[in-house]
Design a protein around this ligand. Structure first.
Ligand code: C2E
Ligand code: CA
Ligand code: CA
Length: 729
């Protein structure tokens, strides 16, 4: 059959032999058999492209009688598939017919508007050739229209589309798969390279996904991934393309985006949305997500460079405490090695306190105790134990850095048990029977042995269970609900108190308060930090949390009060217990004992009247550009809106300068203060968060623009005085 059609379509010999009647009859019979066999149809048009013949069986496919089709423009009967334009033959049908070209298996779809009611979508492969009047000797070769064949290829076409969709999309989530997103990144970077258009690659990795998979099983893990994909799609919308690389890793490509302010906001939004609780088979599941970002062309122009950069940023985000985002910066390159060293150092630190008696090393870890003070009379009512690590060479390493390392490596079980024991032992030695609060990581809490560890510590130290308060965060509620309930029950049986720490951050849910027997809520520091700023909501939230705790018969401690104006606000909102630098820093056991011996259990508040948003102290060489001159200076203080710069004298107030903060970060500032070679300057565009507590410019100058600027030589004499500044002790 195929051969028959082929030979029918083959170019005719220029002078076909004149057929005898018999032979013509025979050919007609073959032709009719093919038509009736429904496996192929014939069609013909006139010179103006209107249909003059179509096999009856073909009309059946359209679902209309032949009269509805005959006389219509042939091209009006078909269309290329609007959803898969690339799947139809390269050049459109209209173009090929117009050029009187031979058609060979051109894929088209029957135009739905031409089809009768109930006709199914159908795809045809069209073949045909122009009929040129060359048969008659002496004729002009004029075009007389087309004759051609068609066959239905719907089934194979749909299978092909499905196969390519499967090859491009992740069957679990429907997002682009690794293959497709990689190709898209390649395409976009290649297309943007010449014109220096920016593009951002975000890498996402879910936090604690493995725990869900392990505790609730793979089907639950799959369902979680599907829900995560839906949430991502909702947040990102049309602004980017999302792919799933496999496992719990996602990638988002954002073309024409380089504003680190907006990107940081988007990343925060993604983190917020993904961290909301999920309901999976009646289980309450909470996960987090970390985001790393790299921006072309600043962090690279090739896919390999950008992916590596985004990966390093993700790595840093994950290990910077999770639920965070990071932009790539060149200092991240050593982060992995840094992390390995930190793990090793932490292992040594734990060893240094493990058998401290017979150890040669100085103990590197210690517990310190921050007073919790009653606002009404400034009386100390208890302490929170906080862990300190003093590395012999590197100095103090904050718990926000080493606790996550300990959690990831499992060292937290050992470390946490040590901290708990140490705090209980110290508290048992106090002459006053004040409470001691100890932080418990969710990883520790999830371990089935945890209540046993607490019981042992109580037994060994003789501490009254009512004096021990365990501070938990909401992350203890993720995962296996039954195990969590059992742990709560066991702890309550021991008689210890429970506090919910950092309340109001993350995925606060009131159902936690109903489910678990907390004695106290701790209002997170972030609300206090902003309660005196224009942000009125923070103060209201503090009032609401205190009201809620009162209603439920729980105590509250407000954390992080540093200044009198903050104290006034939180007291007005009903705070009765405060923990903050305004009253005291955390104290060593020796100091606690000394004060207690002196009977000093009253601490008057002491500190600044007004809370000022933190200005970061820095010490960094930067470039200061004024007209065509570049000066070297020292950046000393940096906030989102301003900077203090040392080392430039004689700069009039009101001067506009450009600060070169490195790595393509140029910021326009106006001088607001200037004396003794110290300048105060305000940014024209405020800096934005880098996700790691630092500040960066929204935009960066492209590497090529920077190179051009560096080539620009000074033409005039400098106007300002460069003053050598020596690092102060
Ligand atoms: P946290 O449990 O919220 O502890 C309170 C943190 O706020 C402490 O930081 C404390 O020094 C700090 N702080 C107290 N008052 C003020 C204030 O007025 N202003 C400011 N800016 N900060 C204040 P620290 O000791 O660096 O601990 C950080 C976090 O590390 C803790 O947050 C806790 O989550 C974790 N952590 C500390 N020690 C332990 C521990 O022994 N075990 C576990 N699992 N986590 C710990
Ligand atoms: Ca705490
Ligand atoms: Ca806290």
């Amino acid at each position: 059959m195929k051969n028959l059609l082929k030979s029918w379509n083959a170019p005719r010999a220029p002078h076909p032999p004149i057929l005898g009647d018999d032979e013509a009859q025979h050919r007609l019979a073959v032709f009719e058999d093919i038509e009736r066999g429904h496996s192929g149809w014939f069609w013909a048009t006139d010179a103006s492209g209107h249909l003059t013949y179509i096999s009856p069986a073909a009309c059946e496919r359209f679902g209309v009688p032949a009269e509805a089709l005959l006389g219509q423009l042939f091209t009006s009967l078909f269309e290329t598939d609007p959803e898969n334009p690339g799947e139809c033959s390269g050049r459109p049908l209209q173009f090929q017919l117009g050029a009187h070209a031979r058609l060979s298996d051109v894929t088209v779809r029957l135009m739905p508007a031409r089809c009768g009611p109930g006709a199914r979508p159908a795809w045809w492969a069209l073949s045909g050739q122009p009929k040129l009047d060359v048969a008659k000797p002496g004729s002009d070769g004029a075009f007389h229209g087309y004759r051609g064949s068609a066959r239905d290829i719907t089934t194979e076409y749909q299978r092909r589309i499905e196969d390519s969709r499967l090859a491009e999309f992740d069957s679990l989530t429907g997002l682009a798969n690794r293959h497709r997103i990689t190709r898209r990144v390649d395409q976009v970077l290649a297309a943007f390279k010449g014109t220096m258009r920016p593009a951002t690659l975000m890498m996402l990795d879910l936090d604690r996904f493995k725990q869900v998979n392990d505790t609730l099983g793979h089907p639950a893990g799959d369902e979680l991934l599907r829900q995560v994909a839906q949430r991502l799609t909702r947040v990102v919308g049309a602004s980017g393309e999302i792919g799933r690389l496999g496992g719990d890793e996602f990638q988002i490509l954002l073309a024409d985006q380089e504003d680190r302010g907006k990107l940081g906001e988007l990343a925060d939004k993604i983190i917020g949305v993904v961290s909301q609780p999920y309901s999976i088979d009646d289980n309450h599941v909470v996960i987090g997500v970390s985001v790393g970002m790299a921006i072309a062309p600043f962090d690279g122009t090739e896919r390999e460079e950008i992916v590596r950069a985004a990966d390093l940023a993700l790595y840093a985000a994950k290990h910077g405490g999770r639920g965070q985002f990071r932009f790539y910066s060149s200092d991240l390159r050593d982060e992995k090695e840094e992390r390995r060293l930190l793990e090793e150092a932490l292992r040594d630190a734990i060893a240094s306190v493990d058998g401290a008696d017979d150890s040669w090393d100085e103990p590197q870890l210690a517990m310190v105790y921050q007073p919790v003070v009653r606002t009404e009379d400034h009386a100390v009512v208890g302490f929170e134990a906080l862990m300190r690590w003093e590395h012999p060479q590197r100095g103090a390493i904050p718990p926000s850095v080493f606790i996550p390392v300990a959690e990831d490596t499992g060292m937290i079980l050992h470390l946490g048990a040590w901290g708990l024991r140490q705090a209980a032992r110290d508290a048992a030695a106090w002459p006053h029977l004040l409470r001691i609060a100890v932080n418990v990581s969710a990883v520790q809490f999830a371990h089935p042995d945890f209540p046993g560890v607490v019981a042992d510590v109580l037994a060994d130290t003789g501490l009254d269970p009512d004096r021990l308060e365990l501070e938990l965060t909401e992350s203890v509620f993720m995962g296996d609900g039954e195990a969590t309930d059992a742990a709560f029950k066991a702890l309550k049986l021991l008689g210890v108190r429970l506090a919910l720490d950092d309340f109001g951050t993350g995925y606060s849910s009131l159902s936690y308060l109903r489910a678990a027997p907390f004695d106290k809520l701790k209002v997170d520091r972030s609300f206090v930090e902003s309660c005196t700023l224009s942000d009125q909501n923070s103060a209201k939230i503090i009032a609401a949390i205190i009201g809620l705790a009162d209603a439920l018969g729980m105590e509250t401690t407000v954390e992080g009060v540093e200044a009198f104006d903050q104290r006034d606000v939180v007291c007005a909102k009903g705070a009765r217990l405060i923990q903050g630098f305004l009253y005291s820093l955390p104290l060593r056991q020796a100091v606690v004992l000394e004060r207690m011996a002196g009977g000093q259990l009253i601490i008057p508040p002491e500190g600044p009247q007004r809370h000022r948003p933190e200005r970061r102290s820095v010490y960094r060489r930067i470039g200061v550009i004024h007209e065509d001159h570049r000066y070297e200076a020292l950046l000393r203080n940096l906030s989102a809106t301003g900077a203090r710069i040392e080392g430039l004298g004689g700069v009039p107030v009101g001067t506009s300068l450009v600060l070169d903060l490195g790595a393509g970060q140029l910021a326009v500032v106006t001088v607001s203060r200037s004396e003794d070679a110290i300048i105060g300057a305000e940014f024209e565009t405020p800096l934005v968060s880098d996700g790691a507590g630092g500040l960066v410019t929204r935009y960066r100058a492209s590497p090529s623009a920077l190179a051009a600027a560096a080539r620009m030589a000074s033409k005039s004499a400098p106007q300002f005085l460069e003053v050598e500044i020596r690092k102060r002790a």
